[in-house]
Design a protein around this ligand. Sequence first.
Ligand code: KIV
Ligand code: ZN
Length: 513
Amino acid sequence: MATSANRLIRIFDTTLRDGEQAPGCSMNPQEKLEVARRLEKLGVDIMEAGFPASSPGDLESVKNIAGIIKNCSVAGLCRSLEKDIDAAREALKKAAQPRIHIFLATSPIHMEYKLKMTAKEVLEQAAASVRYAKKFCSDIEFSAEDASRSDPDFLCQVFGEVIAAGAVTVNMPDTVGYAVPDEFGALVRYVKEHTPGAEKAVFSVHAHNDLGLAVANSLAAVAAGADQIECTVNGIGERAGNASLEEIVMALRVRRDILKADTRIDAAQLYGASRLVSQVTGVRVQPNKAIEGDNAFAHEAGIHQHGVLANRATYEIMTPESVGISKNLMVLGKHSGRHAFEDRLKELGFTVDSQTLETLFAQFKDLADKKKTVSDRDIEALVMDAAGQAPETWHLDHWAVNTGSALGASGTIRLHHKNGEIKKEVSMGDGPIDSIFKAINQIIGKEPELDLYEIGAITGGSSSQGETMVKISHNGRRWNGRGVSTDVIESSIKAYLSAINAMEWELGGGASK
Ligand code: KIV
Ligand code: ZN
């Protein structure tokens, strides 16, 4: 946590906007809300909930989040157009701390080829849009898109005008991840020193990771005077992604001695947030990812293990517990009671209502019957499985497959529709999964594309639970699904059905209800 000796750096999280707009990272409205709640618990200062003018679904989702999240600012992104600002204003109506975030590109290449505007026109439009937004909202952020490839003096001029028009935060995105740390730090220092009225605004940065430098550039910017960093959980975002929130937070915390800055983030929530975002997007965290990759605290080499046993600090610069990775040695199994289960949920950072606790406890008992011990990862998977799922249009009743090397595969499935109807279908297919998915398609009367099907084990060993992620698309729209079971065919069916339920819910107008 920040102490009086440290500067307090604001964390502006854009997982739900820049992160979500990355290919393969889309989230349904419940998933977005689940992530928003987790970000609030993490202690972000501002969360960018979406881009309201980009679609009616995005507007609704920002509205939904803004009505529920009360302990941090909720921002909506807009181009510097009145219609975008109106959409953001509508979406943020119920926010306790609304922020309107306006962007306009300032680099020669963007102004000439994308905007087809002169520098003078950009200057005027930037100021006019901030002036317009200021009529409805006191907290206005202005971003000079592609700032790192913009003329520094022009940036100072634009920022001077938008600050005079009412912007209280000015942001310098390295939109294409082109900057290198010394250069980016020097740009921040120069612009902060030469912008008229700079003392009235917070200077912010937003770095992309095309050269793998997003975190390094953000830290260089902090050293040069930036007081806000924009980032995403797991670094998800356009192309190579954005600066990773967890790496920034831990770099500042572990190296406070040098960087003399810290954030309000509760680091013990980092791992849970990372797992949640990975689960809902279906994008796995690479094993060697700093802070929360599977190998981030694994010591394989004998000499390292020896050192860690003697003193953890020999090879660990932070503890796994400090980022929320529990090394709890108390094993849960079929004799564990409700209290032990509830305590473990709390330790893992989950707060659930009593009805969800009942359901989870029953599932835990069921799992403990099948597996000797239930690990923290198993418990997380149960909770994630219950979280963020669209209401069920179709509920799995039972399934069966017949398969073998000499035979084709046939799958039988029986589903309950929410209106009480029970439907059963049988289909042949190229393997058990294909046959059962085809049988499901026959029941629902649609044939969505299966864009991704990924299966992994939650823990090691043959009794591990299988975790399946699927992504489907239909008429140009996409949905994610996930499923967990000790049986990989069942986890696949659950994942496919969860994506189908998300699709049915959204196509049936559920997302905007
Ligand atoms: O990368 C970028 O420039 C952005 C802005 C819209 C802030 O995401
Ligand atoms: Zn961006």
